[in-house]
Ligand binder design. Structure first.
Ligand SMILES: Cc1cc2nc3c(=O)[nH]c(=O)nc-3n(C[C@H](O)[C@H](O)[C@H](O)COP(=O)(O)OP(=O)(O)OC[C@H]3O[C@@H](n4cnc5c(N)ncnc54)[C@H](O)[C@@H]3O)c2cc1C
Length: 297
């Protein structure tokens, strides 16, 4: 019997594990090792760790946990049920784990644009987040890619990092007259022609070749094509979700299900490593306080 089961060993889960380990709670942490930023070579914007490779960051975090009573299990949790105040989690080998509290830190998966020739550029010159990789792409000719209206906001945001931004809608045309006027006023060029393929040198994007034969020179592409929950455990447990597809959480990462917490990208709020880590810590404190209350005479 564990005090807490943490599902997901990214920044959110590891950070919660440290806090709960320091509270001498008995914790099991499950992880399958498929992190959202696994395509990335550098984790930017985390104070003291700016530019650290994501795998190195996770390894350092796991080393920090060695001295605490955190059982690290490289297993996928397939199902979680709740009976009374008790949670039961089932791993891929049908082993069952019991606990008083559960933290889901299972993250999101990105829908990477499926463009011919794109694979070598993922994570080096194709990105989804300007806050993560905008600085490294500053002053370059940039592409904003998306099939729906989310790409409009992305293209305008990219103007912070480069004056040369072009919006690619890849054969779709959902732009209104107002959208076009807004983009024109902000000097964002628009290309609605379908894309044939991407070309570059090594991992560096250089050109976007269109179906009509035109070539646009672009050195980084940012996409707004959406993301999905990495795991359906929150749905299994009947969590409320926001309209953006993330779990609705409260001040300290609580959900509508008593005893169940969600932290990191799977929950609402900004999707950055430092935010995920902070949410993990917040959830850890709240879980510990709940356990303290329950054991108080
Ligand atoms: C390409 C890319 C680059 C990025 N660059 C940056 C950057 O430079 N700076 C920055 O701050 N942010 C960056 N981000 C965002 C950052 O990756 C996320 O905000 C962060 O990883 C969220 O942490 P998390 O712990 O919530 O989820 P994750 O890191 O995704 O970890 C979730 C873990 O849970 C595991 N898991 C899921 N379901 C189960 C299950 N059923 N059983 C067991 N384990 C499970 C997953 O396999 C995964 O290991 C980037 C994202 C991408 C896609």
């Amino acid at each position: 019997m564990y005090d807490v089961l943490i599902v997901g060993g990214g920044p959110a889960g590891l950070s919660a594990a440290m806090l709960l380990g320091r509270c001498m709670r008995k914790v099991a942490l499950f992880d399958t090792g498929v992190y959202r930023n696994s395509y990335s070579h550098a984790m930017n914007g985390f104070i003291t760790r700016d530019g650290t490779p994501p795998q190195e960051f996770l390894q350092l975090a796991r080393e920090d946990l060695v001295k605490y009573e955190v059982a690290f299990k490289q297993k996928r949790i397939m199902k979680i049920t709740k009976e009374g105040d008790m949670f039961q989690a089932y791993d891929e080998d049908e082993q069952v784990y019991l606990s008083r509290k559960v933290l889901l830190a299972t993250g999101l998966c990105d829908r990477w644009p499926k463009l011919e020739g794109a694979e070598p550029f993922y994570g080096t010159s194709i990105h989804h987040c300007p806050y993560c990789d905008g600085f490294e792409s500053k002053n370059k000719p940039l592409a904003a890619y998306g099939l729906d209206r989310k790409a409009i906001g992305l293209s305008l945001s990219l103007k912070t990092w480069s004056s040369d931004v072009m919006l690619f809608t890849d054969g779709t045309n959902k732009l209104t007259r107002e959208d076009r006027d807004l983009l024109a006023r902000n000097k964002v060029d628009i290309c609605t022609t379908a894309i044939e393929r991407l070309e570059g040198e090594g991992t560096e994007l250089k050109r976007i070749v269109l179906k009509n034969g035109t070539v646009e020179n672009r050195e980084a592409l940012f996409f707004a094509t959406g993301s999905d929950q990495h795991s359906d455990l929150a749905r299994q447990l009947n969590c409320d979700f926001t309209s953006k597809g993330v779990v609705k959480t409260y001040k300290h990462q609580q959900t509508n299900v008593p005893g169940l917490y969600v932290a990191g990208d799977a929950a609402r709020d900004m999707q950055l490593v430092i935010v995920a880590a902070a949410e993990g810590t917040k959830a850890g404190v709240a879980i510990n306080m709940e356990l303290q209350q329950e054991f108080r005479c």
